[in-house]
Design a protein around this ligand. Structure first.
Ligand SMILES: CC(C)(COP(=O)(O)OP(=O)(O)OC[C@H]1O[C@@H](n2cnc3c(N)ncnc32)[C@H](O)[C@@H]1OP(=O)(O)O)[C@@H](O)C(=O)NCCC(=O)NCCS
Length: 185
């Protein structure tokens, strides 16, 4: 079982995995542009399709630069970096648009295919939820393709419910109450 050490939200979180990696969950920084581009280059068409809704989409260097220096009041970007010996690489990334509405935010997550089913998305999502609560937001939303069983399973496991987002069965809208108030069905 991985062990974990929790530190305050503004700092990094760490855990050790069974393969001897130290996994660090932290906020993205301006120095992460090149490693983020490498992470994006490693994605398959399927990954892009599920994350961005189109298999050909590739964020530009400018897009990544904007993410790496985003205003945290507008959006939060977190990564998981796997360290082993003298190597380090980004293996997962998540972001949350903090101003979807006055009291709601919207998240998205992407995990490197070789690193899936190890709890990284659950870890990132839990952290985003903590950040959103700390910010006083009342609702977190996620949108995904209705065929994205991995994302649906992840969100359900984290307590999200499926809403009618008015976009038909192809797009699933997932919503989580952050303050305990009931959500419209
Ligand atoms: C969706 C995604 C982020 C999940 O990442 P992950 O790190 O593998 O997820 P976790 O290991 O944290 O899994 C947490 C739970 O999610 C669910 N889940 C994850 N992958 C699943 C799959 N392939 N099928 C069904 N359920 C799945 C399970 O309930 C899992 O819990 P369990 O392992 O105890 O059964 C990853 O598959 C991914 O990056 N997909 C491509 C991009 C994408 O679809 N992003 C979401 C849209 S923004």
């Amino acid at each position: 079982m991985p062990s974990s050490r929790h530190t305050p939200l503004a700092e990094a979180l760490m855990r050790l995995d069974a393969d001897g990696h130290t996994l660090v969950l932290r906020r993205i920084m301006p120095a992460d542009v090149e490693p983020m581009l490498a992470f994006q280059r490693g994605l398959s068409f399927g990954d892009r399709y599920f994350r961005y809704g189109t298999p050909a989409y590739q964020p530009s260097q400018e897009d990544i630069q904007r993410q790496c220096s985003a205003d945290p009041e507008e959006s939060r970007h977190f990564i998981v970096v796997a360290h082993r010996q003298d190597r380090a690489r980004i293996v997962a990334a998540a972001d949350c648009c903090m101003r979807l509405e006055a009291d709601a935010c919207e998240f998205a997550i992407l995990v490197d295919a070789a690193w899936r089913r190890r709890g990284l998305a659950r870890w990132l999502l839990g952290h985003l939820v903590d950040c959103a609560r700390e910010q006083g937001l009342r609702r977190m939303v996620g949108k995904t393709l209705g065929s994205n069983l991995a994302m649906l399973g992840l969100a359900r496991g984290a307590g999200f419910t499926l809403l009618d987002g008015g976009e038909g069965p192809a797009i699933a809208t997932l919503s989580l109450s952050l303050d305990g108030t009931e959500l419209p069905v």
